[in-house]
Structure formats: structure tokens, C-alpha cells
Design a protein around this ligand. Structure first.
Ligand code: ADP
Length: 251
């Protein structure tokens, strides 16, 4: 459903992505692991259109190929359209939930589908309430974010992403800002979504979760995919010395 080829990105003099290839099939969970600074977040942001790569291509669902370094110089407007095309297909859950503090939980969830996507409000509210119920937060619809625990806030963040009905869910270290005892409840929701067949890409340091939920694992280091494969291979028998070193350090 999504394929990226040769993604490159520099910030100033630092080349953060140095030719990333990845393929994501419908219903598949792709997990990105790797040391801090290896480029994982930048990959997700490129897939979501938050970041424009300097080079490479992204194709979604057999649609037109987005070429980020075409022979002819792209106009800013065309670039923006490319990014918006990606943005429409996916929804991102961030490390910090980024909920609007002055809005209630329900208002936070409906903001995107109602105000941005302009769907009818009554429908959006009904769907939002059903989604909140699914993650055990039906009774928090009228609460403000600060009245919730970190794990509850992050579950609202996930519901907010689901409410956009994306084809692709992107998770950027969704539990790394949480107290350890709150991590499990958020991972459980993500696992349930994976079991339901959502297509997702997840950046995480929770390796036992990664092993359980991933269909395919990419290990990034220094802006390249050093090793990839099914979790059983990557975690049990990593071939590359860099992968081995990373896994022994973190496990
Ligand atoms: P990871 O998610 O693997 O920790 P990132 O993709 O967040 O890695 O970052 C890769 C590198 O790019 C880091 O060195 C980071 O400091 C740098 N970087 C990321 N975003 C920016 C930015 N907007 N401006 C400058 N440097 C950035």
C-alpha cells in the first residue's frame, strides 16, 4: 500500500536519511527500531508529509509516484500538494499527545474530522464516542486533557488519529513519554488495532512489544536500513554486528 524508495534528507550539513527503502503492505505492521538519532522519526514524518525529502519517491496505493527530486525543479505549490496527498492518507500519534488543553476530550477528537475534513458534526460525535468507548474512555468525553493520566491522554491521541479514518497509522514512540506503569495500557490498544488489521508503522524502543506486534522490522542506524526482516529473524538471529550491538545494549 505504500512504498518509499531512496529517501534522503539533510538538515543543514547533516544527512539524516541516506537512501531509505521501505514497503508497507495493507494490514501490515512495520516497526522501526534503532539508536536515537538514526532517522526513525524523520522517516515517519516523510511518510506523513510533515517533512519533504530531498530525494526519493513515495507511492501510496498504486497512486502517482511522488518524486522528491524530479529532473525538472518542482514548484513549491506542487510540493505542497504532494505533501498534502500524503497527509490525507495517514494519521500520526506523537510521543507527546499534543491535545488542545482548552478543549474537552470529545472536542479534541472531533476537531479534525469535523472542522478540517468537514464531516457532519452529529456523525463525527457519534463515531468519536464509540471510539472513546472502545479504548475505555467513554466516561472521559467531557474531561479536559489535564484531568487524565498520561496513558489516558495517549489513548485519546490514538482515538483522535482513528477518527480521521486514515489508511495508515503512524506511531512515533507513543509510549516513551509515559511513566512505566502506564505503558502497557497504550501498547495494548495499539496491539488491538494491529490485530484488527490496521496498516501501521511504529517507531518504538519497546522491543518485546515490537517482537509481538511486528510483521516486519527495520533496523536503522546512521540514516540507512542496516537490516530488515521478520521479527523472529531480527531479534533472534540478527546478522549484522550493528544490530547485534544495539539489541544487546537495549535488552
Ligand atoms: P530518531 O527518531 O531515530 O531518534 P530523528 O529522525 O529524530 O532520529 O533524527 C535524526 C537526526 O536528525 C538527529 O540527529 C536529529 O537531531 C536531526 N534532526 C531531526 N529533525 C531535525 C530538524 N528539524 N532540524 C535539524 N535537525 C533535525
Amino acid at each position: 500500500m505504500l512504498s518509499a524508495r531512496g529517501l534522503r534528507k539533510s538538515f543543514g550539513d547533516t544527512e539524516v536519511l541516506r537512501g531509505i527503502d521501505l514497503t508497507l503492505h495493507r494490514g501490515e505492521v512495520l516497526v522501526l527500531i534503532g539508536p536515537s538519532g538514526s532517522g526513525k522519526t524523520t522517516v515517519l514524518r516523510a511518510l506523513n508529509g510533515l517533512e519533504t525529502p530531498d530525494a526519493g519517491t513515495i507511492t501510496v496505493d498504486g497512486g502517482p509516484e511522488l518524486d522528491f527530486a524530479p529532473a525538472e525543479r518542482p514548484r513549491p505549490r506542487a510540493q505542497k500538494q504532494q505533501r498534502l496527498a500524503l497527509r490525507d492518507r495517514s494519521a500520526m500519534v506523537f510521543q507527546h499527545h499534543n491535545l488542545f488543553p482548552h478543549l474537552t476530550v470529545l472536542q479534541n477528537v472531533i476537531e479534525g474530522p469535523w472542522r478540517v475534513q468537514r464531516q457532519p458534526r452529529a456523525e463525527v460525535v457519534a463515531e468519536a464516542l464509540a471510539l472513546l468507548d472502545r479504548v475505555g474512555l467513554a466516561d472521559k468525553a467531557d474531561a479536559r486533557p489535564h484531568q487524565l493520566s498520561g496513558g489516558q491522554q495517549q489513548r485519546v491521541g490514538i482515538v483522535r488519529a482513528l477518527a480521521l479514518k486514515p489508511d495508515l497509522l503512524l506511531f512515533d514512540e507513543p509510549t516513551s513519554a509515559l511513566d512505566p506503569e502506564l505503558v502497557g495500557e497504550v501498547l495494548l490498544v495499539i496491539k488491538e488495532l494491529a490485530d484488527e488489521g490496521w496498516t501501521m508503522a511504529v517507531v518504538t524502543h519497546e522491543l518485546s512489544f515490537a517482537r509481538e506486534v511486528a510483521d516486519h522490522v527495520l533496523f536503522l542506524d546512521g540514516g540507512v536500513v542496516v537490516e530488515e526482516g521478520p521479527p523472529a529473524e531480527i531479534f533472534r538471529a540478527p546478522r549484522h554486528e550493528r544490530t547485534q550491538r544495539f539489541l544487546t545494549r537495549i535488552l
